[in-house]
Design a protein around this ligand. Structure first.
Ligand SMILES: Nc1ncnc2c1ncn2[C@@H]1O[C@H](COP(=O)(O)OP(=O)(O)OP(=O)(O)O)[C@@H](O)[C@H]1O
Ligand SMILES: [Mg+2]
Length: 275
């Protein structure tokens, strides 16, 4: 059996914005690893660095230090062209604003990454139909985004992110524009994809009720990871909310971790990685 690389490794990543007195250290030596089939919620206050981290993991922003490896490939060593091709094939992206193409139908939006990849038309039709069915959008295939609800649009965006079977799906506040019923529906879809198809997901959120759908929650404060919790050890969203408030108010860095895996989060990847 070939040794499989981890879908995602973030190794000592640093990101600064601006210069001199106005400089902001958005990410300060972040290390963490994501295993195949994991579902991680990245949680933290506004401005704590969540989106910056997600953009770095997607290769949309260049790091000032450290490495980001997806399937064992170092994004920080790739030029723009290689990065674009690599991202198309290996990384699925979901944003708060669904970012669908308004003139294309749901099916055509989901098909886009396969068209870019030059996949045969018949295969595209089959895979898109299967994906739409899985997302409960079978009867919405021909609708354009403006004829879909917010929750349906986000499911189309998830279908587009997943259609290439990427190593990891990165979602930045995917429920941020949805009411609570649609938000729950999207979380259930992500959880089911994770449980049944082993889809690896990293999702940014600041809502404990959303974070509870993940397998673990990673808290970030002022650009540093300060705590990881296994959500199966957490009673409910209210309990996760209490931990979140502790992190927001400055606690958390010295908090006990819950399992051996949490230790990995705080150690440099060089000590732990087997990639
Ligand atoms: N392009 C940029 N130029 C300058 N500063 C930036 C830029 N992008 C982010 N920052 C700063 O970096 C820090 C982290 O921002 P980031 O967008 O990652 O936060 P966030 O945790 O996603 O917040 P939110 O919950 O509001 O989305 C903030 O202080 C922000 O002002
Ligand atoms: Mg953000």
């Amino acid at each position: 059996m070939p040794v499989m690389s981890k879908p995602l490794v973030v190794d000592n990543v640093v990101k600064r914005f601006g210069r001199g007195d106005g400089q902001v250290v958005a990410l300060d030596r972040i290390c963490f690893e994501v295993d195949h089939g994991d579902f991680v919620a990245v949680m933290g206050a506004s401005g704590s660095g969540k989106s910056t981290l997600l953009h770095l993991m997607a290769g949309l922003t260049q790091a000032d230090g450290g490495h980001v490896l997806v399937n064992g490939q170092d994004l920080t060593a790739m030029n723009d062209k290689r990065l674009t091709l690599f991202r198309r094939e290996h990384i699925g992206l979901v944003f708060q604003q669904f970012n669908l193409i308004p003139t294309l139908s749901a099916a055509e939006n989901v098909a886009l990454p396969l068209r870019f990849a030059g996949v045969a038309e018949k295969t595209i039709q089959e895979r898109v139909a299967t994906m739409l069915g899985k997302l409960g959008l079978g009867s919405r295939a021909k609708h354009r985004p403006d004829a879909l609800s917010g929750g349906e649009q986000q499911r189309v965006a998830i279908g587009r992110a997943l259609i290439t079977n990427p190593a990891v799906v990165l979602a930045d506040e995917p429920t941020g524009n949805l009411d609570s019923a649609n938000s729950d529906a999207i979380c259930r879809v992500l959880r089911e994809l994770n449980e049944t198809d082993n889809v690896t997901i990293v999702m940014v959120t600041h809502e404990p009720s959303v974070g509870m759908y993940a397998r673990r929650a990673v808290f970030i404060r002022d650009g540093q990871l300060c705590r990881t919790v296994d959500t199966t050890d957490v009673a409910d969203a209210a309990a996760l909310g209490v931990m979140y408030q502790e992190v927001l108010s400055g606690g958390g860095s010295a908090a006990p971790t819950h399992d051996a895996r949490d230790d990995e989060v705080d150690r440099p990847v060089s000590e732990t990685a087997d990639v």
